[in-house]
Design a protein around this ligand. Structure first.
Ligand SMILES: *Cc1c(COP(=O)(O)O)cnc(C)c1O
Length: 424
């Protein structure tokens, strides 16, 4: 499938039926699989032969979606998870243990900040935040011999800062640590982080990949390019006693990281998507290449409209020339960014809430990145657990409204904003 365009791969990659088999990816609603011999099952348990053992670890429907997403991102393999949060947790636990640390860009999703700063910290894995605009030297100052990764979001939710790939990838490479990128908002339609030096990509597939606000999910994609044998990642290069001495780099080559994430961490943690969820995700991915350009086009028009409104104090959208990250967006997101626009209303927090209540087409929801236009006030909702200092670091002001522009007709979306501003 690699020779086909990304649009074709959205539709067809991951599942190629044989003669007489269902044309559409079937839902393998089975936790279990049957074998002709005990010896075969024993070999499966020893990871000597590939195949499904138990749906906690793999399932044919989920395998197909994983192959599709790996193809879209240009990776060697992928692991679907029950949510974006579990993808991020497994991506890090796969290479970091108690006493280790990692560097993260500070403008990231609020749930990820809590996972890093509170939960992982409790297990002795320390996060060291750096600002997206930090210099290479400032990033390096946070790195020591126990640093195991650098983490950032292609387009930050909700700050909308654009990741400076060359800078972070350069530092990661110099220090022999993987660069992990959350590509949720851009999707592989607009950015393929592996082309810009990322080693591991994660997504909350609950957002644009599903795109209809129907299934929660996450995915980890392995570029297969990172060399783990530099002494920092013994869990990948030394025998795993829980599999009779399997050595992931020796036995699985380029797919060492993603294989370990599946057979060790997914086995033990069990944050597995259901086959039904994988079926829905696969179906919705078929139209990702149609939906993303419409989201991006509508969002740019909404951003341009807002920029001309007296009642709006500021607008942030990476593809607006006034955006501080416009140059980065032009470089890494040449064809479009995402559907999310953030802006502030004159009158601050209180006016923001009244404006949102007056919207009719756009509804107040926690979610972003689906077909329907929606709004959220992060400071009082998704990011309310953050301290004022963390809010500033995450790029969120009290008046910030996050609008997830859908794929309706843009004139209707703009008319809705207009009538809500008039009602103020
Ligand atoms: C929503 C989101 C997550 C968390 O994903 P869930 O599927 O909600 O667990 C992680 N990263 C980003 C950028 C997100 O927008």
């Amino acid at each position: 499938m690699a020779e086909y365009q990304i649009q074709t791969r959205c539709v067809q990659a991951g599942y190629t039926p044989k003669n007489g088999e269902p044309r559409v990816l079937p839902i393998s609603q089975s936790t279990t699989y049957q074998y002709d011999s005990s010896a075969h099952l024993a070999d499966l348990f020893d990871l000597k032969v590939p195949g499904d053992m138990y749906t906690r670890i793999s399932n044919p429907t989920t395998n197909a979606v994983e192959a599709k997403i790996a193809s879209l991102e240009g990776g060697v393999g992928a692991l679907c998870t029950a949510s974006g949060q579990s993808a991020i947790m497994i991506a890090l636990l796969n290479i970091a243990k108690q006493g280790d640390n990692f560097v993260s860009v500070s403008t990231i999703y609020g749930g990820t900040i809590n996972l890093f700063a509170v939960t992982l910290a409790r297990y002795g894995i320390e996060v060291r935040f750096v600002e997206p605009g930090a210099s290479a030297g400032e990033i390096e100052a946070q790195i020591d011999e126990r640093t195991r990764a650098i983490y950032g979001e292609t387009i930050a939710n909700p700050a909308l800062t654009v990741l400076d790939f060359d800078k972070f990838a350069g530092v990661a490479k110099k220090h022999g640590i993987p660069f992990i990128v959350d590509n949720t908002f851009a999707t592989p339609i607009f950015c393929r982080p592996f082309e810009h030096g990322a080693d591991i990509v994660i997504h909350s597939t609950s957002k644009y990949m599903d795109g209809h606000a129907t299934v929660l999910g996450g995915v980890i994609v392995d570029s297969g390019k990172f060399r783990w044998d530099n002494g920092k990642f013994p869990e990948l290069t030394q025998p795993d006693e829980s599999y009779h001495g399997v050595v992931y780099t020796r036995d699985f080559g380029d797919a060492a990281y993603i294989t370990k994430a599946r057979v060790q961490l997914m086995r033990d943690i069990g944050a597995t998507p259901s086959p039904m969820s994988s079926f829905l995700l696969n179906m919705n991915l078929e139209t990702l290449h149609l939906r993303m350009p419409r989201h991006a086009e509508n969002a740019l028009k909404v951003a341009q409209f807002l920029a001309g409104c007296d009642q709006i104090s500021w607008v942030n959208y990476p593809k607006l020339p006034s955006s501080p990250d416009y140059a980065l967006a032009e470089r890494y997101l040449p064809d479009g960014a995402c559907g999310v626009v953030s802006y502030g209303i004159k009158g601050g927090r209180e006016a923001a809430m009244r404006f949102m209540d007056a919207l009719k087409l756009a509804r107040i929801v926690v979610h972003v990145a689906d077909a329907r236009t929606s709004v959220l006030h992060p400071a009082s909702t998704t990011h309310r657990q953050l301290t004022d200092q963390q809010l500033v670091e995450a790029g969120i002001t009290p008046d910030l409204i996050r609008m997830s522009v859908g794929i309706e007709h843009v004139d209707d979306i703009i008319a809705d904003i207009q009538q809500a501003l008039q009602a103020l």
